[in-house]
Design a protein around this ligand. Sequence first.
Ligand code: NAD
Length: 283
Amino acid sequence: GANIIYGKELATELREEMRQEVSELKAKNIVPGLTVIILGEDPASLSYVRGKQKASEKVGMESKLIEMPETTSEQDLLDLISEQNKDETVHGILVQLPLPDHISEQKVIEAIDPAKDVDGFHPINVGRMMTGQDTFYPCTPYGILVMLKKAEIETKGKHVVVVGRSNLVGKPVGQLLLNEDATVTYCHSKTPDLAFHTKQADIVIVAAGKAGLVKGDHIKEGAVVIDVGVNRVDGKLVGDVDFASVEPIASHLTPVPKGVGPMTITMLLHNTIKAAKKINDIN
Ligand code: NAD
């Protein structure tokens, strides 16, 4: 059966290292600061942002959660972002998505100072990633890359098939692996024969948001399978990969929960520390 890659364990290890790093920065009077902004009271979104806030406090960072009503105007949100851009105690700014329909997500993303864009969604940072420059990489894709490296899975020259092409996960994870010398194929909802592609992959990364989409007969013997999906089925969290049928065939497999999820927040903390170091000219 497959080697199960627990992102949870790796996340714990990395956050312990970050706690040390933050305390060293504090000795130099640098306190990495993260502002998280959320509009409305969606329980899932609230639980995500509280998780982010708790995790940042645990590593010793300064963390501010700004909860605004769902009816907040676009201009008020843009003004708030502009304030946070100017605030020198704030190194990272994150606006929880999705936003209510009356607000343009693109406008909001582009209002954040690229130097504080710890989500890595600003077109400037996306462009830097695309051109192979060092920048803030989006947290979930970056977490996947770090997991693969830590598990010593070779990406150079490997065929990676990404299922899903969202700006949040699919597209950037393919780009990061392309930067690591993989050959990358993207599949999505209009791909006629998904299995035809996934069966050729050395590494399959699934971010479709469809429970059990990828099954054992989609996978080549010995492939590495990374399951990004988070779906609630009968009150239980499950991934996009049918664990039972894939586990006997894959060489490595990430579980849901305790797989990719915990790495996402970890990379957010990493990016915030990076932002604080950068502004203070520390490498
Ligand atoms: P999305 O809905 O924006 O994109 C889904 C993508 O999957 C689309 O590109 C679509 O074309 C593709 N797709 C849908 N059905 C398909 C099918 N039958 N065959 C092939 N492709 C198909 O979603 P997203 O934001 O990219 O998130 C994807 C999943 O990852 C969701 O379950 C989400 O909850 C999860 N997620 C997890 C984390 C984490 O930290 N663990 C972070 C972000 C997203």
